[in-house]
Design a protein around this ligand. Structure first.
Ligand SMILES: [Zn+2]
Length: 527
């Protein structure tokens, strides 16, 4: 049965005769991302005495605990999980599209789901339906049928430029889960800090996780303005396991990023023997692109493989991100070791040396059952065809390799959303623009589109130094991104999205104590 026929069948199967005569897109649905089908009925489901009994039959245990915790902490609803009883009922169904769930709210609440993750999506949708009506909490009677568009619905977090604690990363994961993101791209290493414990190479964190200064003015200021304060931080392997496990209970896969061959100054500060010059350099408080990158000699490749040997078992995700872009080649040009690699492998020069470097890592990751992701790799044809390219510009290539849309114009949440804001990288990215983002180019056929796994927003933290500020930069823009990545059918107009945001989502975020931006309420100041 095709999806449209299925959706229609489900509607008729479940709906009573009380549907209001409104088309789907007219109705202001509280949920973001907007479900495929939302049909409002008459009347409310009231929460008597602010209490809810949840029937645990067919309810995955961890999801039951999650739902209870959310209802109690964000809504102060007394919640009991009881076998064979209760007004929230769960039912597992088969033979529906990936991620499908439905919610039918009448005198009780029936949730059907196809997989544990879709059950989790249903529960998160249910939370967004709870409204205040006077002193009471109610849920408007309705029917929802829903499933996602893209399989990669990502948020990125840079913990190198500024470190975020285990609890802060968990908070970020919690907030992602509310909006059905399923991938955390965790930027664990960069020039400004190495944040993951590697037991064979303890100096990576003893030296590479600390720096003495941080740029606080613009990159082009003269003189540049620094905060002269020592900062440090890294995650032990135990903490990483704890975070990965925490995320998996929220159906979020964590993709670690270990940057190479560029953006490696923190690693080289710890082990300068793996650079081209061998010179001892510090961990920079400045950002940008640096000339010192990993040398391409075999000893460096072995060093990286040993690091990956410790990274791989920590992350069940099939993907490992290696960055791979912004590699200055000046040191390679002057390096006798790099010249030797070029000659011995009959390479045409440093460009081919870069693809040769990445190819060796790809082969290694493949042998360990992992898939390489790189950013803007312009030599995908030199790789095996299984690797994935994350593209920071508009996708134009329809070549047969997998892609993740990450156009920096729409996806970099380190840009300002309000003209009066402080120093940032990049320029102006208002909510409307994020909402316009479309991972699939207009002229792509269905077959070409199938190579686009999805998209993600990036949170680069050069100038984001606290969780409070991070939340401000991410919300509500993450809601626009979640809509873009989830909505299979045409998404509602921006005006409709904005109304949902103001009527339902700002109060919802408030319940979760999120420090969201209200720039959208002052549009005249945004221009
Ligand atoms: Zn070299």
């Amino acid at each position: 049965m095709n999806k449209i026929v299925y959706s229609i069948a489900i509607i008729f199967l479940f709906l009573g005769n009380t549907i209001k005569a409104q088309s789907n897109s007219d109705i202001n649905c509280p949920i973001i991302p907007r479900p495929v089908v939302y049909q409002l009925s008459s009347g409310d489901f009231g929460l008597v005495n602010n209490e809810l009994q949840i029937n645990t039959n067919n309810l995955p245990t961890e999801i039951g605990f999650y739902l209870k915790k959310q209802l109690e902490s964000a809504f102060s609803i007394k919640t009991n999980l009881i076998e064979d009883q209760g007004v929230i009922l769960f039912k597992k169904i088969k033979n529906v599209p990936y991620g499908t769930y439905s919610i039918n709210i009448s005198d009780n609440i029936t949730i059907t789901y196809s997989s544990e993750e879709s059950c989790f999506y249903a529960v998160n949708s249910l939370l967004q339906l709870i409204e205040k009506n006077g002193r009471d909490l109610i849920i408007k009677k309705c029917f929802i049928n829903d499933y996602p568009k893209f399989e990669w619905r990502g948020m990125h977090l840079d913990v190198s430029r500024h470190f975020f604690t285990t609890d802060e990363v968990k908070r970020y994961i919690d907030l992602m889960a509310l909006y059905k993101f399923n991938t955390l791209h965790w930027h664990l290493t960069d020039d400004q800090g190495w944040r993951i414990e590697i037991k064979q190479f303890p100096k990576l964190t003893e030296i590479g996780a600390c720096r003495d200064s941080t740029l606080i003015g613009y990159l082009n200021d003269s003189p540049r303005k620094y905060e002269r304060k020592r900062t440090e931080g890294f995650y032990t392997q135990e903490q990483i396991k704890e975070i990965v496990d925490y995320a998996s209970k929220r159906y979020i896969s964590i993709v670690p990023e270990i940057e190479m061959p560029g953006h490696s100054r923190a690693a080289l500060a710890a082990y300068p023997e793996f650079s081209c010059t061998g010179k001892q350099l510090g961990v920079p408080g400045l950002w940008g692109q640096f000339e010192d990158v990993f040398c391409s000699k075999p000893q460096t490749i072995e060093f990286i493989k040993k690091i990956l040997d410790e990274v791989i078992p920590l992350f069940p995700s099939k993907y490992i991100h290696i960055g791979g872009e912004e590699v200055l080649q000046s040191r390679w040009l002057e390096c006798s070791n790099c010249t030797k690699v070029i000659e011995e492998n009959k390479l045409t020069g440093v460009n081919e040396l870069q693809s040769f470097f990445v190819k060796q890592i790809e082969t290694y990751l493949t042998s360990k059952g992992k898939v390489l992701i790189g950013r803007d790799l312009n030599y995908m044809n030199k790789l095996s065809g299984t690797s994935v390219s994350m593209l920071s510009k508009e996708i134009t290539s329809n070549s047969n390799y997998y892609k993740i849309a990450n156009d920096s114009e729409y996806c970099n949440f380190n840009q300002i959303q309000y003209k009066l804001e402080k120093v940032v990288v990049g320029s102006f990215l208002p909510l409307e623009k994020v909402y316009e983002f479309n991972p699939i180019p207009k002229n792509f056929t269905n077959l070409e589109s199938a190579y686009i796994l999805g998209g993600q927003a990036n949170v680069w933290t050069e100038y984001i130094s606290s969780m409070f500020q991070l939340e401000y930069m991410v919300f509500p823009r993450a809601l626009a991104m979640s809509q873009v990545l989830w909505c299979r059918e045409q998404k509602p107009s921006f005006e409709s999205f904005k109304k949902t945001l103001i009527d339902y989502q700002f109060p919802f975020l408030y319940r979760y104590k999120v420090n969201y931006s209200i720039a959208i309420l002052n549009p005249e100041k945004v221009e």
